[in-house]
Design a protein around this ligand. Sequence first.
Ligand SMILES: [Zn+2]
Length: 266
Amino acid sequence: MQKLKLFFLLLVFLLQCTTVPITGRKQLNIIPQSEMLSMSYQQYDEFLKTNKLSTDKAKTQLVKTVGADIQKAVETFFVQNNMSGYLQDFRWEFNLVESEEVNAWCMPGGKVVVYSGILPVTQTQAGLAVVMGHEIAHAIAEHGGERMSQQLLAQMGGMALATALQNRPEDTQALWNTVFNVGTTVGVLLPFSRTQESEADQLGLVFMAMAGYDPNEALAFWQRMAAGSGGAPLEFLSTHPSDETRINNLKKLIPEAMKYYTKQSQ
Ligand SMILES: [Zn+2]
């Protein structure tokens, strides 16, 4: 029986495996993209209704400009690698909300929120590109769907897994709520795994470089983040430990990202 269960687990894994762009890592992802996007768009709208958009026109414009730059880089990358179909149902949006929280996130489908509290840490346009590139990378690498799939696997195991989603949409919603932490602090994700963090750094560096921002700025940003930001709540740090491991990892990743770096848009 144990062997049979293992066989089915393996089968599910092989059938439902997707490959993360750039890193080439195989991941388990059994949540259909359509389902992820509809939950994401619904929750993003809800978030915008219940949070205050920034009235600072210049800063809002900065967020939208950097967001559009990263979006263009992502789209270019996907076209170059014959994968543009994946982005077809993305509905990109970049908003700055008025909040002291040092935070930013991107939900599936390109729904980005930057909190005004993180701007003193990002400081420059390139610093903002570090954060937005990293967050968008989490969405592009489908880390939310991967987390949900892992939890589903842990909860249900083996055979029932493949059909579970079609039959029990409310369970999928419950999983979403867990992974995206709905009901407590909206938008504060459960901490990603170390693998996912490193992957978001790697993809984020490439996207920011393609958008014309110097990937070396990532080091400076994470060092500022580690130094703290004057007593404001550091939600971003709770999900993004800014320790020596990350800094050392970034140093290893930057040379590869530099190959994508072009200065034309600066
Ligand atoms: Zn992250």
